[in-house]
Design a protein around this ligand. Structure first.
Ligand SMILES: Cc1cc2nc3c(=O)[nH]c(=O)nc-3n(C[C@H](O)[C@H](O)[C@H](O)COP(=O)(O)OP(=O)(O)OC[C@H]3O[C@@H](n4cnc5c(N)ncnc54)[C@H](O)[C@@H]3O)c2cc1C
Length: 456
């Protein structure tokens, strides 16, 4: 391999790989206080946004499945409100679970009153046993190691059997006993005994992390990355990928032949891809990157005539429905479909092949069976899309493998962040926060190191 020579006079202080929310956020937080260091974003797609993309077809707006803005961090909320300005609506979640031929309210744990009485009783009694009974004592005595034990410990055997195990098996493609518990504390609502009992009696309670959310009034979720991009004055190279990183010399070779020197590097592209293009990456780090796994999500966008549905999205734990969730963007926000029409996204998680035509047929069949689609005559069109590497799988290899890769990145001076740059389960807010933090680390590195990249 030849030594890289800088062929560009546009060498940025900070080079950002990937123009999704994490990369855009890094650029936005480029340190005004430190004199706004020059940066450059390199993005392989034809536009910025990453997973925050909106596809328009025949007057329907389809995001890459539901992309609803649940914001908890006050600084990120203020930033998003400022960026979107008037282009936003605030909505209250209307989510359901479809099971036993009926739609019951979400969260399941505090809404068992609409379930068959035997199921509700098993859930409540299992919860009490897990919290107070002798059967739960062993699990209460220690921190759960697996997601399966987290569910047994905090929700009990009934909730595990009727919802948490079958639903999560579908979503993650593996049983919760094969996943570690460390990731889920924030994402899995843990109700109190009072909430569970009141929920069984039909005294409705709003639990869970995402009961209200924001969404752009116009333009679908892609309006958000566009709003970020409008604030940025630095160059964004579209349709360009890094093909080799010489981290010792702080130079990156790009797919268009340019070689850029950089002062600091912020990465948001998937870790396995990053490792693949890093020069002099130890074999054990490459092997570790090979152990990072993620599911594939195939989603089917469905356009139909008519009104409804009443629910924003519905979870499907039962095996006879091969998808794990169905959402309706037009139910959340009617402007996402033309007048008199509605849309659905039907989500399948898998590891092996799922052909688009099979997914489309299964989606329509499932929508008809549960009644979300009343008849085939309502159907206007349907098409499948695939997301490779959608949900990071937190199996036992995830922690050690990710640590090996992140340790290498730290030693190589690469600040890595984002859903795939940090190989994590997180939402848009996490990506924005991750980009901000990575840029802060990059700026620190810049102020500590000499400005020019070393030669090789
Ligand atoms: C099915 C699904 C549903 C979701 N629903 C929600 C939701 O309702 N609410 C929520 O808050 N979050 C949701 N998310 C999560 C949200 O999409 C992500 O957290 C966020 O968009 C991640 O941003 P990012 O910048 O980290 O990664 P990405 O969006 O993946 O951005 C990475 C960027 O890097 C680019 N890139 C990749 N490889 C290269 C390369 N080799 N060279 C150059 N560029 C490259 C990509 O094109 C992309 O633009 C969902 C995610 C999925 C998959």
């Amino acid at each position: 391999m030849h030594a890289m020579k800088d062929t560009s006079s546009d060498a940025p202080d900070v080079l950002i790989l990937g123009g999704g929310l994490a990369g855009l956020s890094a650029a936005l937080h480029r340190g005004a206080a430190m004199g706004a260091r020059p940066y450059r974003i390199v993005e392989k797609a034809d536009r910025v946004g990453g997973f925050c993309r909106t596809e328009v077809r025949d007057g329907f707006l389809f995001d890459e499945t539901g992309h609803w803005l649940h914001l908890r961090d006050p600084t990120i909320r203020a930033l998003v409100l400022r960026l979107l300005g008037d282009n936003r609506v605030e909505l209250r979640r209307r989510a359901r679970i479809y099971q036993h031929g009926r739609f019951t309210p979400y969260p399941y744990q505090v809404n068992t009153h609409e379930l068959p009485p035997e199921v509700a009783a098993e859930c409540v009694l299992g919860f009490i046993e897990a919290q107070l009974g002798p059967g739960g004592a062993a699990l209460r005595a220690r921190e759960p190691e697996t997601f399966g034990d987290f569910i047994r410990r905090h929700l009990g055997e009934g909730f595990a059997k009727h919802f948490m195990f079958p639903y999560n098996q579908k979503l993650w493609t593996v049983h919760p006993d094969e996943l570690v518990a460390s990731w889920c504390g924030r994402f899995v609502p843990r109700p109190t005994l009072e909430e569970v009992v009141r929920g069984a009696m039909g005294i409705v309670s709003e639990a869970g992390y995402n009961s209200t959310f924001l969404y752009p009034r116009e333009g679908g979720i892609e309006a958000l990355p566009r709003a970020f991009a409008r604030e940025l004055d630095g160059p964004i190279d579209l349709g360009v990928s890094p093909v080799e990183i010489d981290w010792r010399a702080r130079r990156v070779r790009l797919s268009d032949g340019r070689i850029l020197a950089y002062g600091a590097l912020v990465n948001t592209i998937p870790l396995p891809e990053l490792v693949r293009i890093c020069r002099d990456c130890p074999e054990e780090v490459r092997a570790a990157a090979g152990r990072l796994k993620a599911t594939v999500v195939t989603y089917v966008n469905v356009a139909a005539r008519g009104e409804g549905p009443a629910h924003h999205w519905v979870y499907f734990p039962e095996a006879e429905f091969p998808f794990y969730r169905v959402g309706s963007a037009s139910a959340v926000y009617p402007a996402l479909a033309p007048p008199g029409a509605r849309s659905f996204y039907v989500e399948f998680s898998h590891r092996g092949e799922l052909s688009p035509s099979v997914a489309e047929a299964q989606a329509i069949d499932g929508l008809l069976r549960c009644g979300l689609l009343r008849s085939r005559d309502e159907l206007l069109f349907a098409f499948a899309r695939e997301i490779h590497g959608a949900y990071v799988i937190y199996d036992r290899e995830h922690g050690p493998a990710k640590k090996a890769v992140l340790d290498f990145c730290a030693a190589a001076g690469i600040e890595t962040c984002g859903r795939y740059g940090n190989w994590e389960y997180g939402g848009m807010e996490d990506a924005i926060l991750g980009g901000k933090a990575a840029m802060a680390r990059a700026l620190e590195r810049l102020s500590a190191a000499p400005k020019t990249a070393g030669g090789i």
